[in-house]
Ligand binder design. Structure first.
Ligand code: FAD
Ligand code: NAP
Length: 581
């Protein structure tokens, strides 16, 4: 918890037995709780923060907003919810998304099963009782048949150990743990470390108040304009008139959200056509920019064409040529997560904003008065650490998770995470992950990815009850095959070629493994559906007569995602033609 967030209220420690313990009350934990309730099961949710919303509870930095359009970055499980909630902007700001999370909690009466300000520290499988014993930092000791990790892919802040950071006289804020009361930068000399999505969103707004803003850039980032705007009542009405159709189209897309994309390869287009398509896509803005052509993340020469176009845009916006060159990335376009900005590049035209390159000479140390790079001290009153997260596995690493025969998850994942479908891991019975490594997770619109996982788990849990199964876990062979497949598919994408957080390369010492599944959301969903239809193929169900009987419990129909677009068939994946953003 950030030093500036309010202290948790004192609370009596808890003991008890539940059907399920859920760790985390972001969108994943909330929907899981809703589905468990629907099954008539008892559940306890533990949340380290003082409220719900996860990402949107913690990331309160100036400018924080979604980069998937709000009308799609929202739950789709309830048509009534879709109709009653109205987003104000194309990309809604953090406070509005947090209000939405709170609305969900109130509307579905979820709060009474959530314990806040409480971090789960340990989860231990009891083979005799076939239950998980869960402990927290507040002394709770509870047990549950199922332990469900809804801990988030981007929830463990990365704080590089800059020498001397404890000597700095002013405050150091991490974007992922922003003070709830906000920060007034008026008249201050502010340093921002990092130029990823959080930095890109906050820099233009911090620049409006700071007397001096110094940005420390290690890797120049690709960013596309958001062209954010207020949503008009007519637009909202039109979407709501046929919301289920939009949701269905979104599910059929590799990204789990809908936008127009052009499947034609860039290398088959003339230079004029490419220029026209890129300009049109730039004017639409946002992540769909990568949908300008079908081969951009597969063929380096194709990628070079979009990279050249984007560099020309940066040079046309930034007036100082030396700064413009520093801001022009030289890596694959969209290799790291593409950023979506409002006025980012133009901010460097302001006289009080300075860019410092730390790619060759890294940050040497932090002093009482500022940051030293290349022997030069940049004097600062406040530092913003926009240095990202120990992505995908960081929040798992903080919990002592111990499975069958005392095997710990940390040990098992030492060389990189190993899961079956990103949902479960062999040796850890009745243990599920929502958007775990090995699932599309961060490469899809995450609320869609969350809903699909939760629905799948809820159906499995219902099936287990139906056949009186005491425990479920994947077979090692199926898990190994899935891990191999995830690795294999990642190689067809240029995304596997750079030092991004997708591969864990942003944190020194982490194993370099491409963690999310890049084969496309519908392909993945189809695999999950097949596993389910075939009696949970690849899973061992314990203490039942027929281990893999076809489920009598009704499948969640809405995840029968059609593979109706030529380019997202498995054959297209193999042929390197899946437009993924
Ligand atoms: P989270 O929201 O991360 O929630 C996990 C919760 O688990 C946290 O509240 C955490 O405190 C809690 N927790 C973790 N460990 C423990 C523990 N041991 N004990 C108790 N509690 C624990 N995705 C998109 O698809 N579109 C976007 O536009 C988008 N924008 C983003 C913007 C930002 C600034 C960030 C950081 C991420 C963004 N994401 C976006 C990804 C975002 O994380 C997901 O969309 C989504 O909110 C994740 O929900 P979640 O519930 O899985 O995880
Ligand atoms: P990030 O993308 O990992 O960016 C972290 C930045 O800090 C990078 O520029 C990194 O440089 C830099 N950095 C890290 N350690 C450093 C060091 N020791 N010295 C100097 N620089 C260092 O993190 P993020 O910006 O918080 O975003 C994480 C993810 O959250 C995003 O990719 C996205 O998925 C999500 N997000 C989305 C939005 C949105 O638009 N909706 C907003 C924020 C976050 P290197 O690149 O060289 O490592």
């Amino acid at each position: 918890m950030d030093a500036k967030t309010p202290a948790p209220q004192a609370r009596a420690r808890e003991a008890g037995n539940f059907d399920a313990v859920v760790v985390g009350a972001g969108f994943a934990g909330l929907y899981m709780l809703h589905r468990l309730r629907g099954l008539g099961l008892s559940a306890r949710v533990y949340e380290a923060g003082g409220g719900v919303g996860g990402t949107w509870y913690w990331n309160r930095y100036p400018g924080a907003r979604c980069d998937v359009e709000s009308m799609q970055y929202s739950f789709s499980f309830s048509e009534e919810l879709d109709q009653e909630w109205t987003w104000s902007e194309k990309y809604s700001p953090q406070p509005e998304i947090l209000s939405y999370a709170n609305h969900i909690v109130d509307r579905f009466d979820l709060r009474r099963d959530i314990v806040f300000d409480t971090r789960v520290t340990a989860a231990t499988w009891d083979e005799d009782a076939k239950r998980w014993h869960v402990e927290t930092d507040r002394g709770d000791k509870v047990s549950a048949k199922f332990c469900i990790m809804a801990v988030g892919c981007l929830s463990a802040p990365n704080r590089p150990k800059f020498p001397g950071i404890e000597d700095f006289k002013g405050p150091v804020y991490h974007t992922g743990e922003w003070p709830h009361q906000g920060v007034d930068f008026t008249g201050l000399r502010v340093g921002v470390i990092g130029t990823g999505s959080s930095a890109i969103q906050s820099i233009p707004i911090i620049a409006e108040r700071a007397s001096q803003l110094t940005v420390f850039q290690r890797t120049a980032t690709w960013s596309v304009p958001a062209w954010n705007e207020q949503l008009t009542p007519d637009y909202v009405k039109a979407v709501k008139a046929d919301y289920p159709a939009l949701r269905a189209k979104a599910r059929a897309r590799p990204t789990g959200f809908y936008f127009p994309f052009n499947i034609k390869p860039a290398l088959e287009a003339s230079e004029d056509e490419r220029e026209r398509c890129y300009e049109e896509a730039w004017q639409r803005g946002g992540l769909p920019f990568l949908g300008a052509f079908g081969d951009l993340l597969f063929e380096k020469p194709a990628n070079d064409t979009i990279a050249d176009f984007a560099r020309s845009k940066i040079r046309s916006i930034v007036k100082d040529p030396a700064t413009a060159e520093l801001l022009c990335p030289d890596n694959v376009f969209g290799c790291k997560r593409l950023c979506v900005d409002t006025g980012y590049y133009a901010t460097y035209n302001l006289p009080h904003v300075k860019l410092v390159d730390v790619s060759k000479a890294p940050i040497e140390r932090i002093t009482a008065d500022g940051i030293v790079v290349g022997g030069v001290e940049y004097r600062l009153d406040a530092i913003v650490s926009a240095t990202g997260f120990a992505a995908m596995t960081g929040s798992f690493d903080k919990i002592a998770i111990s499975g069958r025969n005392g095997l710990t998850l940390a040990e098992k994942w030492r060389a990189g995470p190993r899961t079956y479908l990103g949902l479960a891991s062999a040796g850890f019975p009745n243990f599920f992950m929502i958007t775990g490594p090995g699932s599309p997770s961060v490469l899809a619109s995450m609320i869609q990815a969350i809903e699909q996982h939760v629905d799948w788990m809820a159906d499995l849990i219902a099936h287990m009850r139906d056949i009186s199964a005491r425990a479920v876990e994947p077979t090692l062979a199926d898990e190994d095959a899935w891990v191999d497949h995830v690795n294999e598919v990642s190689k067809v994408s240029l995304r596997s070629t750079c030092s991004s957080w997708y591969v864990g390369a942003n944190i020194p010492g982490r194993p370099i493994v491409f963690m999310p599944y890049i084969g496309g959301f519908p392909v993945y969903v189809q695999k999950c559906n097949e596993v389910m239809s075939n009696g949970y193929d690849g899973f061992i169900l314990e203490d039942v007569a027929a281990t893999n009987a076809a489920p009598r419990v009704r499948l969640t129909e809405r995840w029968r995602v059609p593979l109706d677009i030529e380019v997202i068939s498995p054959a297209a994946v193999a042929a390197r033609r899946v437009p993924v953003v």
